[in-house]
Design a binder for this molecule. Structure first.
Ligand SMILES: [Zn+2]
Length: 255
């Protein structure tokens, strides 16, 4: 069995390059991806981008410090995940699963707009989010993920549809329970890295972002992604503007 994979860039987040990759300067407009995965047994999203409130009131949503670091001017009214799904005639109310790579605001912010899905998150990510002190340290906001979704906490690899075509892969380090997603399409195997690997050169040059929950774990996750690529998988990098220029947008399959 294979699945269909569609990419949707849900706006861009302007930030400082030095926060994303050590040793560089200047500003960068980071694509904020959400992926739609369609399988005969159901429909899943991998990440949901940002909440629309980030556009109208970033300070109210994220607090002054974070709202000051980032620019939201490239996140338009049609860029949220709900609008992107509706633009390709998919009903956000009929998504079965949200697989969150992790719970940062640019990955889980749109969960509220996809009300009937079951969230699939790593157990250690969910536990970190439940502890107020840890959550504050990692940079989680309850407003992103606390909307009464059913939550499936997984521990390590998880085969979403039971046939090996869509598999959660633990890639801890960026946050306590970050995960990536392996998707088997007709064209071959894709691994959506999420923020385990922001840019292509993060992997090639092993240059980590400024914010890392666990450096050793993150490096081990990069080794794992590297091995998957060498085994023939096509990697989709988390926020790489150069890579994203060539990624076809839904409704054209991403790969
Ligand atoms: Zn991110």
């Amino acid at each position: 069995m294979t699945a269909k994979l569609y990419a949707m860039t849900c706006g861009r987040l302007v930030g400082r390059l030095k926060d994303m990759i050590e040793g560089e300067d200047g500003q960068v407009a980071l694509p904020i991806p959400s992926y739609l995965i369609e399988h005969p047994k159901g429909r899943a999203l991998f990440d949901t981008g940002m909440h629309p409130q980030c556009r109208s009131d970033a300070t109210g949503r994220l607090g002054e410090r974070v709202a000051r670091i980032f620019g939201f001017e490239q996140y338009g009214p049609q860029d949220d995940v709900k609008s992107r799904l509706e633009a390709i005639d998919r009903d956000p109310g009929r998504i079965d699963f949200i697989v969150n790579s992790h719970l940062h605001f640019d990955h889980a912010g749109g969960n509220e707009l996809v009300p009937n899905a079951t969230m699939v998150v790593q157990k250690r990510e969910w536990q970190a989010a439940q502890d107020a002190e840890t959550a504050a340290k990692v940079g989680f906001y309850r407003a992103d993920f606390d909307h009464g979704h059913k939550v499936l906490q997984v521990d390590g690899e998880h085969d979403l549809f039971g046939d090996g075509s869509v598999v959660c892969l633990p890639t801890y380090g960026h946050t306590p329970g970050h995960q990536s997603l392996k998707v088997r399409t007709e064209a071959g195997e894709v691994v959506i890295t999420g923020d385990a690997c922001y840019f292509c050169r993060t992997l090639r040059e092993r240059r980590l972002p400024r914010f890392v929950w666990d450096r050793e774990q993150m490096l081990a996750s990069l080794d794992r992604l590297d091995a998957l690529e060498k085994g023939g998988a096509r990697l989709f990098f988390g926020h790489d503007p150069d890579f994203w220029k060539d990624v076809p947008q839904a409704p054209v399959p991403a790969f």
